[in-house]
Design a binder for this molecule. Structure first.
Ligand code: DX5
Ligand code: ZN
Length: 226
């Protein structure tokens, strides 16, 4: 008799340092401090979707040229349908749009994939997953925000653990090929709880770049989550 199928396909733990907590005047140097990162998380903010302004496509293109690490672009911008494809065309490996900012999320995900990027969708803390379950099959990654998007260094919202678990169940029901990412307040104190709830991909800004040795912080986080 064949062995019973595992309840979920084991996923690989991935640590994505967020450069929001890095030195913006020396991004190339900061990227060299995280050689073992699985990807670089780049937070694009437009001062409309969130009350903060960071960087846009020209800077992302410069980052693209400065590193061989995969780029995980987190778009916190309005009108994602219009702007997200440009980041895929620029050679970013993964592009995350917010569900709240996309008029046609399924179509946008398809467009991103047609440009050879991974397609990802993010949900703010107050946004339920249920209305978006039909988008999951078009995605490579689902981002459950564990803080209110806009700023680094905020406290992890414990009340998001149930949503992470719901995301994990929904992804497993589809065969497990969609990554479940968490972003906000991920640290040595919180990463295990997020992992146990079902996350496999972890964004960490202050926990990595606030550390004396960012690459060691990446390794520690990976070990704690794994
Ligand atoms: C916040 C950003 C995060 C931020 C996380 O809106 O999306 O990526 O950099 O920062 P920490 O890890 O410090 O909470
Ligand atoms: Zn982010």
């Amino acid at each position: 008799m064949p062995p019973p199928r595992p309840s979920r396909i084991p996923s690989v733990t991935a640590i994505h340092p967020s450069i929001l907590s890095a030195d913006f005047a020396n991004l190339a140097g900061e990227l060299r401090r995280i050689p073992s990162a699985d990807a670089v998380h780049v937070d694009v903010m437009d001062n409309h979707f969130v009350p903060n302004l960071t960087l846009g496509l020209p800077v992302v293109k410069a980052i693209r040229a400065a590193t061989d690490l995969p780029l995980d672009i987190h778009l916190m911008i309005d009108d994602a349908d219009r702007w997200a494809p440009g980041y895929a065309e620029a050679g970013c490996e993964s592009v995350t749009f917010h569900a709240e900012a996309a008029a046609r999320p399924r179509q946008l995900a398809r467009t991103l994939r047609s440009h050879d990027a991974h397609a990802a969708m993010a949900l703010k803390p107050a946004t339920a997953l249920d209305p978006y379950l039909d988008v999951l099959s078009e995605l490579d990654m689902l981002l459950i925000m564990t803080v209110e998007p806009g700023f680094g260094g905020q406290a992890f919202m414990e009340e998001m653990l149930a949503k992470i678990a719901q995301a994990r169940r929904a992804v497993d029901d589809l065969g497990g090929s969609v990554a479940v990412q968490v972003d906000g307040g991920i640290s040595r104190d919180t990463i295990l709880r997020a992992a146990e709830a079902g996350a496999d991909t972890f964004v960490a800004g202050s926990a990595v770049f606030g550390s004396e040795d960012p690459d060691r912080a990446v390794a520690q986080l990976r070990q704690l989550a794994g």
